[in-house]
Design a binder for this molecule. Structure first.
Ligand code: MN
Length: 204
């Protein structure tokens, strides 16, 4: 597979004041780019060079740590950037809204559970909304750059939405106040993109 390092779908300052420009710029041009470069360097001439990222993750327990950490970091951030938008916030619509209400009772209940997953992840990691193999929704979290596509994950599924809770995602603006950052995420969450991803996954 040939992997690419994509531009953000919006300007670095587009999520202000909720997510600040400096954080977005460093996060994308330094952190995400470093994952991409280390991942692609590790893939070169390896047995993984011709595999899709989903195939790599499905057998990640057998892969070297450099592939697991940097492949996860590359994939997770690609999803994360598309979970936010300057036109974000508000409420989900359509089939995703129906599924959230059915599974969690209400959007507020869903947010409470997702906030808990994001807040309670000790150290660095991610909170996820996933579609499981039976097409149902699930909230979970993972450590470091792991994700639910990996065969080492506590909860298996395909991520629909991911929230980065590494300190590098919020420390410049929010310092130790991770819950404030999680709260700010809901002001920029891109329900349109997330809803479209959900509909694609359940119709596969
Ligand atoms: Mn990050």
């Amino acid at each position: 597979m040939k992997f690419e390092f994509a531009e953000l779908p919006y300007a670095y300052d587009a999520l202000e004041p909720h997510i600040d420009k400096q954080t977005m710029e460093i996060h994308h041009t330094k952190h995400h780019k470093a994952y991409f470069e280390k991942f692609t360097a590790a893939l070169n001439d390896s047995e993984y060079a011709d595999k899709s990222i989903e195939e790599i993750f499905a057998n990640i327990s057998k892969a070297p740590a450099v592939i697991r950490n940097n492949g996860g970091g590359y994939y997770n951030h690609n999803l994360f950037w598309h979970c936010m938008s300057p036109n974000g916030g508000g409420n989900p619509t359509g089939r995703l809204a129906e599924a959230i209400n059915q599974k969690f009772g209400s959007l507020d209940e869903f947010k409470t559970k997702f906030n808990e997953a994001a807040s309670n992840r000790f150290g660095s990691g991610w909170a996820w909304l996933c579609v499981k193999s039976d097409k149902s929704l699930s909230i979970c979290s993972s450590a470091n750059q792991d994700n639910p596509l990996m065969d080492v994950a506590d909860c298996m599924g395909t991520p629909v939405m991911g929230l980065d809770v590494w300190e590098h995602a919020y420390y410049l603006k929010y310092q130790n106040r991770r819950p404030d950052y999680i709260g700010a995420f809901w002001n920029v969450v891109d329900w349109k993109s997330i809803g479209e991803r959900y509909e694609r996954l359940i119709s596969q």
